[in-house]
Design a protein. Structure first.
Length: 414
């Protein structure tokens, strides 16, 4: 299974665009708020507007929008605010003030964009003063128009103050997301490093003593030849026995490392489903240890989960997948553990024959005395896969059985 991606949302909030689709989505998300400039544009296009007003207002509005886009898009790629960034904010505040003072009260909406731009660019220690300052200038300019006194406070003043501090909260959420993403990557690196250390420690414990003993007996056998061949042969027989036991220990360790686990397959499967845009609902029982489930049976269920989720991603076209783990009783009082994978995709093929993956999965479950059932989902749409394995009474703490090695005759040097 693949690891979880950074994000699957097409807008990628808080991150710079990585392709044209994301850049277009971000541009549209930013541009849609320019609809609030309909008031100033309508004031310029009204029947009684003079040519001077239209030229002055059009140039000022174009310069303001250009400054706003430069500030916002620059922040997507570089989080630091340089001198020219402060200059762009000052220009936006100046244009908001002059245009609102000289043209019409509808231009007070520019202060809202200025407040939001300050929240996006400036650090908190400066934003907490900049946003109230922009709001205070708005109120001072709005007082020039007696016909809207009281109205402009709620229509422009409160939105400027609220939008600014709301954007401060959004920026804080974005920074927190970045920190959590970095922490998750660091945890993954530490986990991989711990796993490497554990593997090195286990190999040292398994092979250190055996290899030292083989080296010592080899040197001893070399000194015994050619004067004491019988004693040298005994040492060589001991070397063979030690090496065989070391091979058994290594195979046991490797079997434990390679054995698939339900919790591990669930984590990888959820990540792969999210990458494919499939919403997943998982039974909490899949994340823990299940009493009475032996290692071989758990491995079979883990393989079933992997194969089922692979089919959901590649063939089903589903939008939702549900994972269940239930205990069932047969007529002969035998307990079974059932893994159920349901999706709302295309459903089973009309030919009703298994592919190579499901055929291999049936064989693997049969080796664990289990069975596989496939068919339409209960809701009438989608595909259902159910994998059954027997459930014993012993808790799942038994040691991993050592692989069987066929006995070989050892020649008696005596």
């Amino acid at each position: 299974m693949t690891s979880e991606p950074e994000d699957t949302h097409p807008i990628m909030i808080g991150q710079p665009p990585r392709n044209r689709r994301q850049a277009f989505g971000k541009t549209m998300w930013i541009a849609v708020w320019l609809l609030y400039l309909a008031g100033p544009v309508g004031q310029l296009l009204r029947a009684g507007a003079s040519t001077a007003e239209r030229i002055w207002g059009g140039l000022g509005l174009a310069l303001f929008v250009l400054s706003y886009f430069v500030v916002v898009f620059r922040h997507l790629f570089r989080k630091t605010a340089g001198r020219w960034m402060y200059g762009a904010l000052a220009l936006m505040l100046a244009l908001s003030t002059v245009l609102s003072w000289t043209l019409d009260f509808s231009w007070l909406v520019l202060f809202i964009f200025t407040s939001v731009a300050c929240a996006v660019v400036l650090p908190w220690r400066k934003t907490r003063w900049a946003i109230p300052l922009v709001t205070a200038v708005l109120l001072a300019v709005g007082a020039r128009y007696p016909e809207i006194r009281g109205y402009y406070l709620f229509a422009y003043g409160l939105p400027a103050l609220g939008s600014g501090f709301m954007m401060v909260g959004v920026q804080h959420l974005i920074r927190t997301t970045h920190e959590l993403r970095a922490a998750r990557q660091e945890v993954a690196r530490l986990a991989a490093n711990d796993e490497r250390l554990r593997l090195a420690r286990d190999l040292h414990d398994l092979l250190g003593h055996s290899l030292s003993l083989i080296t010592l007996k080899s040197e001893l056998a070399g000194r015994m030849l050619p004067d004491r061949p019988s004693d040298a042969a005994q040492q060589i027989a001991d070397i063979e026995q030690v090496s065989r036991q070391a091979l058994v220990d290594v195979r046991e360790a490797v079997t434990g490392y390679r054995r698939p686990r339900l919790a591990v397959e669930l984590a990888g499967g959820q990540a792969a489903l999210r990458t494919a845009g499939v919403r997943v609902t998982a039974d909490p029982a899949l994340e823990g240890e299940y009493r009475g489930l032996a290692a071989e049976e758990e491995s079979a269920l883990a393989w079933a989960l992997r194969e089922a989720l692979t089919n959901v991603i590649r063939h089903s076209g589903a939008r939702h997948c549900e994972l269940l783990l239930t205990e069932e009783w047969a007529a002969d009082e035998r307990r079974s553990l059932c893994l159920t994978v349901l999706d709302d995709g295309n459903g089973p093929p009309r030919a009703q024959h298994d592919g190579n993956g499901l055929s291999g999965l049936r064989e693997r479950l049969a080796l664990a005395d289990g069975r596989l059932e496939t068919g339409p989902a209960p809701r009438g749409r989608g595909f259902a896969l159910r994998a059954y394995v027997p459930l014993g009474a012993a808790p799942k703490t038994a040691a991993i059985p050592a692989p069987e090695i066929p006995p070989e005759p050892v020649n008696d040097p005596a």
